[in-house]
Design a binder for this molecule. Sequence first.
Ligand code: DQA
Length: 148
Amino acid sequence: MPRKKILILNGPNLNMLGIREPAIYGRDTLDDIKRLCRDTAKPLMMSIDFKQSNHEGQLVTWIQKARGKADALILNAGAYTHTSLAIHDALKLIDVPIIEVHLSDPEQRESFRHFSYVGLVAHHVIKGKGAAGYAEALTYLSHIWQKS
Ligand code: DQA
């Protein structure tokens, strides 16, 4: 079976993990999370493309380019989760499983984090599990493909 290609996108301020509000987001850096994803993906026969941008348009472009190329998308859109209709629209262009991931649990935080434009189109949401949530997203994908 060919390796599944997983695009993992991270939104604004996630490049600052490790020093950004560690009480909320933990001490793992984005590089640590990338390594965790690589290590988790390998035995699951998945290859990952792991990216981060602070720019909404860049994230939209990467989502558009995933059309017909990626087999699934794991997305932590950061604050754009709660604001970006443009990312929501881009996600509707791709016909693959979309897993929404958050390190923290936005619903347990300020009310302005409770609504998610990504959640309206995501197949599955993993939140509040820190870096381990990314690994769980990969495992979740392998399970849905095993069943089909
Ligand atoms: C976040 C939660 C968002 O509300 C916040 O704006 C982030 C990170 C998370 O991973 O917990 O930037 O997506």
